[in-house]
Design a protein around this ligand. Structure first.
Ligand SMILES: [Zn+2]
Length: 439
Protein backbone atom coordinates (compact mmCIF):
# COMPACT_ATOMS: atom_id res chain seq x y z
CA UNK A 1 0.00 0.00 0.00
CA UNK A 2 2.83 2.43 0.81
CA UNK A 3 4.28 1.68 -2.61
CA UNK A 4 0.91 2.34 -4.28
CA UNK A 5 0.55 5.59 -2.34
CA UNK A 6 3.93 6.79 -3.62
CA UNK A 7 3.08 5.81 -7.20
CA UNK A 8 -0.23 7.66 -7.02
CA UNK A 9 1.19 10.87 -5.55
CA UNK A 10 4.32 10.98 -7.71
CA UNK A 11 2.34 10.09 -10.84
CA UNK A 12 -0.99 11.90 -10.36
CA UNK A 13 -0.44 14.19 -7.39
CA UNK A 14 -2.38 17.47 -7.38
CA UNK A 15 -0.60 19.09 -4.43
CA UNK A 16 1.87 21.19 -6.43
CA UNK A 17 -0.83 22.71 -8.61
CA UNK A 18 -2.98 23.29 -5.53
CA UNK A 19 -0.05 25.09 -3.91
CA UNK A 20 0.38 27.28 -6.96
CA UNK A 21 -3.25 28.40 -6.77
CA UNK A 22 -3.09 29.00 -3.01
CA UNK A 23 0.12 31.05 -3.33
CA UNK A 24 -0.52 32.92 -6.56
CA UNK A 25 -4.30 33.46 -6.55
CA UNK A 26 -4.61 34.11 -2.81
CA UNK A 27 -1.09 34.68 -1.49
CA UNK A 28 -0.27 35.81 2.04
CA UNK A 29 -3.24 35.09 4.33
CA UNK A 30 -2.81 36.27 7.87
CA UNK A 31 -5.63 35.44 10.28
CA UNK A 32 -8.35 38.07 10.17
CA UNK A 33 -7.51 39.18 6.62
CA UNK A 34 -9.81 38.92 3.58
CA UNK A 35 -7.15 36.66 2.03
CA UNK A 36 -7.59 34.22 4.93
CA UNK A 37 -11.35 34.27 4.23
CA UNK A 38 -10.60 33.48 0.59
CA UNK A 39 -8.26 30.64 1.60
CA UNK A 40 -10.96 29.11 3.80
CA UNK A 41 -13.42 29.08 0.88
CA UNK A 42 -10.74 27.74 -1.45
CA UNK A 43 -9.79 24.95 0.98
CA UNK A 44 -13.40 23.84 1.38
CA UNK A 45 -13.91 23.80 -2.38
CA UNK A 46 -10.79 21.74 -3.06
CA UNK A 47 -11.60 19.24 -0.28
CA UNK A 48 -15.14 18.84 -1.68
CA UNK A 49 -13.73 18.13 -5.11
CA UNK A 50 -11.07 15.53 -4.30
CA UNK A 51 -12.86 12.99 -2.17
CA UNK A 52 -15.95 11.54 -0.52
CA UNK A 53 -15.55 13.48 2.73
CA UNK A 54 -18.18 15.79 4.17
CA UNK A 55 -16.79 19.32 4.40
CA UNK A 56 -17.80 21.85 7.04
CA UNK A 57 -16.53 25.02 8.67
CA UNK A 58 -15.78 25.13 12.37
CA UNK A 59 -16.10 28.73 13.60
CA UNK A 60 -12.97 30.16 15.24
CA UNK A 61 -12.43 33.63 16.68
CA UNK A 62 -9.09 35.04 15.55
CA UNK A 63 -7.06 38.19 16.20
CA UNK A 64 -6.95 40.78 13.45
CA UNK A 65 -3.64 42.63 13.25
CA UNK A 66 -2.49 44.59 10.23
CA UNK A 67 0.95 45.84 9.31
CA UNK A 68 -0.61 48.91 7.71
CA UNK A 69 1.31 51.09 5.25
CA UNK A 70 4.75 49.53 4.66
CA UNK A 71 7.17 50.23 7.47
CA UNK A 72 10.12 52.56 6.82
CA UNK A 73 13.46 52.47 8.58
CA UNK A 74 16.87 54.08 8.34
CA UNK A 75 20.18 54.07 10.15
CA UNK A 76 22.62 56.85 10.93
CA UNK A 77 26.26 56.18 11.79
CA UNK A 78 28.07 58.73 13.97
CA UNK A 79 25.44 61.37 13.25
CA UNK A 80 25.85 61.10 9.45
CA UNK A 81 23.30 60.92 6.67
CA UNK A 82 20.32 58.57 7.11
CA UNK A 83 20.67 55.43 4.98
CA UNK A 84 17.72 53.16 4.27
CA UNK A 85 17.35 50.03 6.39
CA UNK A 86 15.02 47.16 5.60
CA UNK A 87 12.88 46.00 8.53
CA UNK A 88 9.76 43.91 9.06
CA UNK A 89 7.47 44.73 11.95
CA UNK A 90 6.97 41.70 14.16
CA UNK A 91 3.44 40.30 14.10
CA UNK A 92 1.29 41.92 16.78
CA UNK A 93 3.64 44.85 17.27
CA UNK A 94 2.28 48.28 18.02
CA UNK A 95 3.12 51.07 15.57
CA UNK A 96 5.56 53.89 16.21
CA UNK A 97 3.07 56.78 15.94
CA UNK A 98 5.26 58.72 13.57
CA UNK A 99 9.04 58.59 13.39
CA UNK A 100 11.03 57.07 16.20
CA UNK A 101 14.83 57.39 16.18
CA UNK A 102 17.23 56.30 18.89
CA UNK A 103 20.67 54.88 19.51
CA UNK A 104 21.04 51.11 19.29
CA UNK A 105 22.51 48.91 22.02
CA UNK A 106 23.46 45.37 20.96
CA UNK A 107 22.87 42.28 23.09
CA UNK A 108 23.57 38.62 22.68
CA UNK A 109 20.97 37.58 25.22
CA UNK A 110 18.67 38.84 27.96
CA UNK A 111 21.33 38.24 30.62
CA UNK A 112 23.58 40.79 28.93
CA UNK A 113 20.71 43.28 29.02
CA UNK A 114 20.00 42.46 32.67
CA UNK A 115 23.60 43.19 33.57
CA UNK A 116 23.02 46.85 32.64
CA UNK A 117 20.49 47.19 35.43
CA UNK A 118 16.85 48.24 35.54
CA UNK A 119 17.05 51.40 33.42
CA UNK A 120 20.10 50.26 31.49
CA UNK A 121 18.74 51.11 28.05
CA UNK A 122 17.86 54.66 29.01
CA UNK A 123 15.87 55.56 25.90
CA UNK A 124 17.83 53.38 23.48
CA UNK A 125 16.68 50.59 21.14
CA UNK A 126 17.57 47.08 22.30
CA UNK A 127 18.96 45.01 19.43
CA UNK A 128 18.98 41.26 20.10
CA UNK A 129 21.56 39.77 17.81
CA UNK A 130 22.20 36.15 18.81
CA UNK A 131 22.41 34.01 15.65
CA UNK A 132 20.74 30.63 15.43
CA UNK A 133 23.30 28.14 16.75
CA UNK A 134 25.15 26.83 13.68
CA UNK A 135 26.42 23.80 15.61
CA UNK A 136 22.98 22.27 16.04
CA UNK A 137 22.26 19.72 13.33
CA UNK A 138 18.51 20.29 13.25
CA UNK A 139 17.73 23.84 12.11
CA UNK A 140 14.40 23.73 13.94
CA UNK A 141 16.23 23.21 17.22
CA UNK A 142 18.53 26.14 16.42
CA UNK A 143 15.44 28.25 15.73
CA UNK A 144 14.00 27.17 19.08
CA UNK A 145 17.18 28.30 20.79
CA UNK A 146 17.03 31.83 19.35
CA UNK A 147 13.27 32.29 19.24
CA UNK A 148 12.83 34.04 22.61
CA UNK A 149 14.67 37.12 21.29
CA UNK A 150 11.77 37.67 18.90
CA UNK A 151 8.90 36.58 21.15
CA UNK A 152 10.08 38.32 24.34
CA UNK A 153 12.48 41.02 23.15
CA UNK A 154 9.96 43.87 23.28
CA UNK A 155 9.02 43.07 26.87
CA UNK A 156 12.66 42.80 27.95
CA UNK A 157 13.47 46.10 26.24
CA UNK A 158 10.53 47.84 27.97
CA UNK A 159 11.60 46.34 31.26
CA UNK A 160 14.97 48.10 30.95
CA UNK A 161 13.87 51.54 29.83
CA UNK A 162 14.13 50.99 26.07
CA UNK A 163 11.99 52.61 23.35
CA UNK A 164 11.87 49.78 20.81
CA UNK A 165 13.24 46.30 20.09
CA UNK A 166 15.06 45.08 17.02
CA UNK A 167 15.82 41.43 16.45
CA UNK A 168 18.17 39.64 14.11
CA UNK A 169 16.11 37.54 11.69
CA UNK A 170 15.84 33.90 12.70
CA UNK A 171 17.63 32.20 9.83
CA UNK A 172 21.03 30.64 9.09
CA UNK A 173 21.00 32.37 5.69
CA UNK A 174 23.15 35.48 5.38
CA UNK A 175 20.96 37.68 3.18
CA UNK A 176 19.01 40.92 3.09
CA UNK A 177 15.49 39.64 3.91
CA UNK A 178 13.93 40.48 7.27
CA UNK A 179 11.82 37.65 8.74
CA UNK A 180 8.74 38.48 10.77
CA UNK A 181 6.99 36.34 13.40
CA UNK A 182 4.92 36.70 16.50
CA UNK A 183 5.81 38.56 19.67
CA UNK A 184 4.17 38.59 23.07
CA UNK A 185 3.50 41.61 25.24
CA UNK A 186 3.09 41.66 28.99
CA UNK A 187 0.51 43.61 30.99
CA UNK A 188 3.30 44.69 33.33
CA UNK A 189 5.26 46.91 30.95
CA UNK A 190 4.72 49.34 28.10
CA UNK A 191 4.14 47.86 24.65
CA UNK A 192 7.13 48.81 22.50
CA UNK A 193 7.33 48.60 18.72
CA UNK A 194 9.44 45.66 17.57
CA UNK A 195 10.87 44.69 14.19
CA UNK A 196 13.29 42.28 12.56
CA UNK A 197 16.33 43.20 10.48
CA UNK A 198 18.07 40.93 7.96
CA UNK A 199 21.14 38.94 8.96
CA UNK A 200 23.30 41.10 6.66
CA UNK A 201 22.13 44.30 8.35
CA UNK A 202 22.37 42.69 11.78
CA UNK A 203 26.00 41.86 11.15
CA UNK A 204 26.76 45.35 9.91
CA UNK A 205 25.09 47.12 12.84
CA UNK A 206 26.76 44.84 15.38
CA UNK A 207 30.21 45.35 13.81
CA UNK A 208 29.80 49.12 13.78
CA UNK A 209 28.71 49.25 17.40
CA UNK A 210 31.48 46.87 18.41
CA UNK A 211 34.03 49.11 16.68
CA UNK A 212 32.84 52.02 18.84
CA UNK A 213 30.59 53.84 16.37
CA UNK A 214 27.31 55.36 17.40
CA UNK A 215 24.50 53.74 15.41
CA UNK A 216 21.05 55.29 15.51
CA UNK A 217 18.09 53.53 13.93
CA UNK A 218 14.90 55.24 12.84
CA UNK A 219 11.60 53.42 12.41
CA UNK A 220 8.16 54.35 11.17
CA UNK A 221 5.61 51.55 11.56
CA UNK A 222 1.86 51.75 11.09
CA UNK A 223 0.62 48.52 12.64
CA UNK A 224 -2.88 48.33 14.10
CA UNK A 225 -4.63 45.69 16.20
CA UNK A 226 -8.35 45.56 15.34
CA UNK A 227 -11.27 43.75 16.97
CA UNK A 228 -11.17 39.95 16.86
CA UNK A 229 -12.80 38.38 13.83
CA UNK A 230 -14.84 35.26 13.10
CA UNK A 231 -13.05 32.84 10.76
CA UNK A 232 -12.96 29.04 10.62
CA UNK A 233 -11.13 25.75 10.54
CA UNK A 234 -12.06 23.76 7.45
CA UNK A 235 -12.83 20.12 8.28
CA UNK A 236 -13.33 17.29 5.81
CA UNK A 237 -14.70 14.18 7.48
CA UNK A 238 -14.56 10.72 5.92
CA UNK A 239 -16.47 8.22 8.03
CA UNK A 240 -14.60 5.08 9.06
CA UNK A 241 -15.89 1.64 8.10
CA UNK A 242 -14.98 -0.14 11.36
CA UNK A 243 -14.63 2.59 13.99
CA UNK A 244 -16.77 5.55 12.89
CA UNK A 245 -16.54 7.14 16.37
CA UNK A 246 -12.75 7.04 16.54
CA UNK A 247 -10.88 9.80 14.76
CA UNK A 248 -7.59 10.21 12.99
CA UNK A 249 -6.87 13.84 12.20
CA UNK A 250 -4.34 15.08 9.66
CA UNK A 251 -3.67 18.72 8.87
CA UNK A 252 -1.61 21.85 8.72
CA UNK A 253 -2.38 25.55 9.03
CA UNK A 254 -4.17 27.58 6.40
CA UNK A 255 -3.12 30.99 7.72
CA UNK A 256 0.33 32.43 7.06
CA UNK A 257 2.20 35.61 7.90
CA UNK A 258 1.38 38.65 5.81
CA UNK A 259 4.60 38.74 3.78
CA UNK A 260 5.71 36.22 1.18
CA UNK A 261 3.09 33.66 0.08
CA UNK A 262 3.11 31.18 2.95
CA UNK A 263 4.34 28.53 0.52
CA UNK A 264 6.49 26.41 2.83
CA UNK A 265 4.76 27.74 5.97
CA UNK A 266 2.32 26.19 5.72
CA UNK A 267 0.86 26.04 2.22
CA UNK A 268 2.91 22.85 1.80
CA UNK A 269 1.28 21.18 4.80
CA UNK A 270 -2.18 22.24 3.61
CA UNK A 271 -1.85 20.82 0.10
CA UNK A 272 -0.16 17.68 1.43
CA UNK A 273 -3.05 17.11 3.85
CA UNK A 274 -5.55 17.56 1.01
CA UNK A 275 -3.45 15.10 -0.99
CA UNK A 276 -3.94 12.46 1.73
CA UNK A 277 -7.68 12.50 1.03
CA UNK A 278 -7.28 12.62 -2.75
CA UNK A 279 -4.78 9.78 -2.81
CA UNK A 280 -6.51 7.33 -0.46
CA UNK A 281 -9.77 7.90 -2.32
CA UNK A 282 -8.12 7.48 -5.72
CA UNK A 283 -6.69 4.14 -4.55
CA UNK A 284 -10.15 2.92 -3.55
CA UNK A 285 -9.22 2.80 0.10
CA UNK A 286 -11.88 2.74 2.83
CA UNK A 287 -10.52 4.05 6.13
CA UNK A 288 -11.26 1.92 9.23
CA UNK A 289 -11.31 4.97 11.51
CA UNK A 290 -13.02 8.24 10.70
CA UNK A 291 -10.49 10.40 8.94
CA UNK A 292 -10.56 14.16 9.40
CA UNK A 293 -8.50 16.46 7.22
CA UNK A 294 -8.30 19.76 9.09
CA UNK A 295 -7.08 23.05 7.63
CA UNK A 296 -6.44 24.94 10.86
CA UNK A 297 -6.66 28.73 11.09
CA UNK A 298 -4.52 31.09 13.19
CA UNK A 299 -1.44 28.99 13.98
CA UNK A 300 0.86 31.95 13.49
CA UNK A 301 -0.59 34.42 15.96
CA UNK A 302 -2.71 32.69 18.52
CA UNK A 303 -3.29 29.03 17.61
CA UNK A 304 -7.00 29.60 18.17
CA UNK A 305 -7.81 27.10 15.40
CA UNK A 306 -5.96 24.29 17.17
CA UNK A 307 -7.35 25.28 20.57
CA UNK A 308 -10.94 25.51 19.34
CA UNK A 309 -10.71 22.19 17.54
CA UNK A 310 -9.43 20.43 20.67
CA UNK A 311 -12.03 22.07 22.94
CA UNK A 312 -14.89 20.98 20.68
CA UNK A 313 -13.47 17.45 20.47
CA UNK A 314 -13.32 17.24 24.27
CA UNK A 315 -16.85 18.65 24.71
CA UNK A 316 -18.18 15.98 22.36
CA UNK A 317 -16.19 13.23 24.05
CA UNK A 318 -14.52 12.30 20.76
CA UNK A 319 -11.72 9.80 20.92
CA UNK A 320 -8.90 10.94 18.66
CA UNK A 321 -6.72 7.88 18.32
CA UNK A 322 -4.09 9.66 16.22
CA UNK A 323 -3.19 13.14 15.01
CA UNK A 324 -0.72 13.94 12.25
CA UNK A 325 0.61 17.33 11.15
CA UNK A 326 2.74 18.71 8.35
CA UNK A 327 4.09 22.13 9.34
CA UNK A 328 7.83 22.01 8.85
CA UNK A 329 8.03 22.99 5.19
CA UNK A 330 7.80 21.40 1.76
CA UNK A 331 11.40 20.21 1.50
CA UNK A 332 12.28 16.54 0.99
CA UNK A 333 10.88 14.38 3.80
CA UNK A 334 13.33 12.56 6.05
CA UNK A 335 11.04 10.95 8.60
CA UNK A 336 8.70 11.70 11.46
CA UNK A 337 8.72 13.00 15.00
CA UNK A 338 6.61 11.05 17.43
CA UNK A 339 4.80 12.42 20.48
CA UNK A 340 3.19 9.40 22.11
CA UNK A 341 3.28 6.86 24.91
CA UNK A 342 6.09 4.27 24.90
CA UNK A 343 3.76 1.72 23.33
CA UNK A 344 2.56 4.18 20.68
CA UNK A 345 6.11 5.20 19.90
CA UNK A 346 7.17 1.56 19.51
CA UNK A 347 4.22 0.90 17.20
CA UNK A 348 5.32 3.70 14.88
CA UNK A 349 8.99 2.75 15.08
CA UNK A 350 8.11 -0.76 13.95
CA UNK A 351 7.52 0.74 10.47
CA UNK A 352 10.94 2.34 10.32
CA UNK A 353 12.69 -0.18 8.04
CA UNK A 354 9.82 -0.27 5.59
CA UNK A 355 9.55 3.50 5.43
CA UNK A 356 13.33 3.91 5.15
CA UNK A 357 12.97 2.48 1.63
CA UNK A 358 11.13 5.71 0.78
CA UNK A 359 13.67 7.95 2.47
CA UNK A 360 11.62 8.56 5.60
CA UNK A 361 13.19 6.25 8.15
CA UNK A 362 14.33 8.99 10.52
CA UNK A 363 12.07 8.62 13.55
CA UNK A 364 12.57 10.36 16.82
CA UNK A 365 10.51 11.53 19.72
CA UNK A 366 9.63 15.21 19.66
CA UNK A 367 6.85 17.73 19.05
CA UNK A 368 4.42 16.76 16.31
CA UNK A 369 2.85 20.14 15.47
CA UNK A 370 1.46 23.32 16.99
CA UNK A 371 -2.08 22.94 15.58
CA UNK A 372 -2.61 19.43 16.93
CA UNK A 373 -0.77 20.23 20.19
CA UNK A 374 -3.89 21.28 22.16
CA UNK A 375 -5.49 17.85 21.52
CA UNK A 376 -2.94 16.33 23.83
CA UNK A 377 -3.70 18.89 26.53
CA UNK A 378 -7.49 18.68 26.28
CA UNK A 379 -7.88 14.92 26.25
CA UNK A 380 -7.99 12.84 29.43
CA UNK A 381 -5.21 10.33 30.10
CA UNK A 382 -5.86 7.16 28.15
CA UNK A 383 -7.56 9.14 25.37
CA UNK A 384 -4.58 11.20 24.20
CA UNK A 385 -3.91 10.78 20.50
CA UNK A 386 -0.79 9.18 19.15
CA UNK A 387 0.78 12.24 17.54
CA UNK A 388 3.14 12.28 14.57
CA UNK A 389 4.74 15.18 12.70
CA UNK A 390 6.17 14.94 9.20
CA UNK A 391 9.86 15.88 9.33
CA UNK A 392 11.34 17.25 6.11
CA UNK A 393 14.96 18.27 5.72
CA UNK A 394 15.17 21.30 8.01
CA UNK A 395 18.29 22.96 6.59
CA UNK A 396 16.73 25.41 4.11
CA UNK A 397 13.35 25.91 5.79
CA UNK A 398 14.36 28.97 7.82
CA UNK A 399 15.88 30.61 4.73
CA UNK A 400 12.26 31.16 3.64
CA UNK A 401 10.25 31.06 6.85
CA UNK A 402 8.14 34.20 7.57
CA UNK A 403 9.84 36.28 4.87
CA UNK A 404 9.35 37.52 1.31
CA UNK A 405 11.29 34.44 0.21
CA UNK A 406 8.53 32.04 1.25
CA UNK A 407 7.01 31.86 -2.22
CA UNK A 408 5.75 29.08 -4.49
CA UNK A 409 8.90 29.17 -6.64
CA UNK A 410 10.96 28.08 -3.64
CA UNK A 411 9.03 24.84 -3.20
CA UNK A 412 10.32 21.91 -5.22
CA UNK A 413 7.58 19.88 -6.88
CA UNK A 414 9.12 16.47 -6.36
CA UNK A 415 10.10 17.11 -2.76
CA UNK A 416 6.61 18.42 -1.98
CA UNK A 417 5.08 15.29 -3.51
CA UNK A 418 7.44 12.97 -1.64
CA UNK A 419 6.30 14.70 1.54
CA UNK A 420 2.65 14.22 0.58
CA UNK A 421 3.29 10.52 -0.05
CA UNK A 422 5.10 10.20 3.29
CA UNK A 423 2.22 11.94 5.06
CA UNK A 424 -0.39 9.74 3.35
CA UNK A 425 1.63 6.61 4.15
CA UNK A 426 1.72 7.54 7.83
CA UNK A 427 -2.04 8.16 7.92
CA UNK A 428 -2.66 4.82 6.21
CA UNK A 429 -0.39 2.97 8.66
CA UNK A 430 -1.97 4.67 11.67
CA UNK A 431 -5.37 3.60 10.35
CA UNK A 432 -4.14 -0.02 10.48
CA UNK A 433 -3.26 0.10 14.20
CA UNK A 434 -5.36 -1.39 16.97
CA UNK A 435 -5.67 1.40 19.54
CA UNK A 436 -7.31 -0.62 22.34
CA UNK A 437 -3.96 -2.19 23.09
CA UNK A 438 -1.83 0.96 22.96
CA UNK A 439 -2.59 2.78 26.22
ZN1 LIG B 1 3.79 26.99 10.30
Amino acid sequence: MVSRIHAEVLGQGACYENLRVLCKDIGARLSGSPEADAAILWGAKVLEAVGPAEVRMQPVVVPHWERGAPEQAWMRVDGGEAEPLRIAALGGSVGTEGDLEAEVAVFRDFEALDSLGEDGLDGRIAFFNRPMDPLMINAGSAYGGAYEQRSRGAVEAADHGGVAALVRSLTHALDTFPHTGGLRYSDEVEQLPAAAVSTVDARRIARLVEAGHEVRVGMNMNCVLYEDKAQANVIAEWTGSEFPDRYIVVGGHLDSWDIGEGAHDDGAGIVQSIEVLRTLHALGYAPRHTLRIVLFINEENGNNGGKTYAQRARERGEWHVAAVESDAGGDAPRGYSIDASDLGTEAVRAWRDGLAEYGVGDMRRGGAGVDIGPLKKEMPAGKRPLMVGLRPNSQRYFDYHHSDRDIFENVHERELKLGAAALTSMVYLLDQLDYESLD
